[in-house]
Design a protein around this ligand. Structure first.
Ligand code: PBG
Length: 319
């Protein structure tokens, strides 16, 4: 035999020499929940918490010490209403969290998730008009939320609502308020996915009626992902995202081939909880499965990996 692929796998040093894909600590984003209430465990996401503002500094300190350089913030307000006003209140929970983090860690990259679902009484990502979520009524509120988070000090605005035209509306609002350098990381390809189940417990944001299928994408579609991303880029998206992760690596690969913007992938709550539950039962080796999953996301073409395992991954990479 002349060709023996096993030669290049003969030992760990050789395998390291020829390996094609790696993940770096600078790729990682850690999602965090901040609540107006007390710090609480999230039962369906062991190891992930909702933090009160009092406990947030210690929690962020842990992220920074692990070597993670970016956090993605979700707010859980004390009161929800029909039009999600907590999302664009300059004194809202996320705005206060951003100011606090930026005061303590000015260099930590703070990404604000922009959506109404955590703030609306009905749990939908926009304003309800009749029996549907109104695109037109929602856009100005998302734009207000984005400006309010930028004012609080967010480096990156990440709209996750899936309304049409929201990137354009947010860019225009940011620019007219002078936030010319605030980056938009668009959840360009966000599927309507059952993998978000544990997040909805965490953010208390399950829709009270119906589902999100009129705005989030149908998982049977791939070409539609290209269309959504083209629109976001035309409207000014600086970074594009695919969500969820592991079941959508074909889409990640297509995005990498078609577009030049930095590409993020979100390993969502359900992906985290599945691995965690299996690990807690002794059915899977947690570290190996996590590293294999996130490396697969990188191999498919992602640069940025958003994951509830960010702190662990950063520590494993160091050790
Ligand atoms: C808000 C939002 C969701 C997630 C991120 N932003 C939930 C949803 O769309 O229902 C999901 C994240 C996760 O599952 O980890 N729209």
């Amino acid at each position: 035999m002349i060709k023996r692929p096993r030669r290049n796998r003969i030992n760990a040093k050789i395998r390291d020499l020829v390996h094609e894909t790696s993940i770096d600590r600078s790729d990682l984003v850690y999602p965090m929940f901040v609540t107006e209430g007390e710090t609480e465990e999230i039962p369906s996401m062991p190891g992930v918490k909702r933090y009160s503002l009092n406990d947030l500094p210690d929690a962020v300190d842990e992220v920074v010490s692990a070597g993670v350089s970016a956090v993605l913030l979700f707010g859980i307000p004390a009161h929800k209403d029909e039009c999600g006003s907590g999302a664009y209140d300059d004194n809202g929970i996320v705005q206060r969290a951003i100011r606090l983090i930026k005061k303590l860690y000015p260099d930590l990259i703070v990404i604000a998730d922009i959506c109404l679902c955590e703030y609306t009484s009905h749990g939908h990502c926009g304003v309800i008009d009749g029996d549907c979520v109104s695109n037109e009524k929602t856009l100005p509120l998302l734009a207000k939320a984005a400006v309010s988070c930028a004012k609080a000090g967010a480096d990156i605005i990440a709209p996750s609502d899936m309304m049409d035209g929201r990137v354009g509306a947010i860019r225009a609002a940011l620019d007219s308020d002078g936030f010319l350098n605030t980056i938009i990381m668009a959840y360009s390809v966000k599927y309507s996915s059952a993998f978000y189940g544990p997040f909805r417990d965490a953010a208390d944001s399950a829709p009270a009626f119906g589902d999100r299928k009129t705005y989030q994408m149908d998982f049977r579609n791939a070409r539609e992902a290209v269309l959504e991303t083209e629109l976001d880029i035309e409207e000014g998206a600086d970074i594009i995202m695919v969500k969820p992760g592991i079941a959508y690596l074909d889409i990640v690969k297509t995005m990498r081939e078609k577009f030049n913007q930095p590409l993020a992938v979100y390993q969502v709550s359900g992906e985290y909880s599945m691995i965690k539950a299996a690990a807690q039962n002794g059915w899977l080796d947690e570290k190996s499965v996590v590293m294999e999953s996130v490396t697969a996301m990188k191999r498919a073409g992602a640069k940025i990996v958003i994951t509830y395992y960010a702190k662990e991954i950063a520590r494993w990479l160091e050790g």
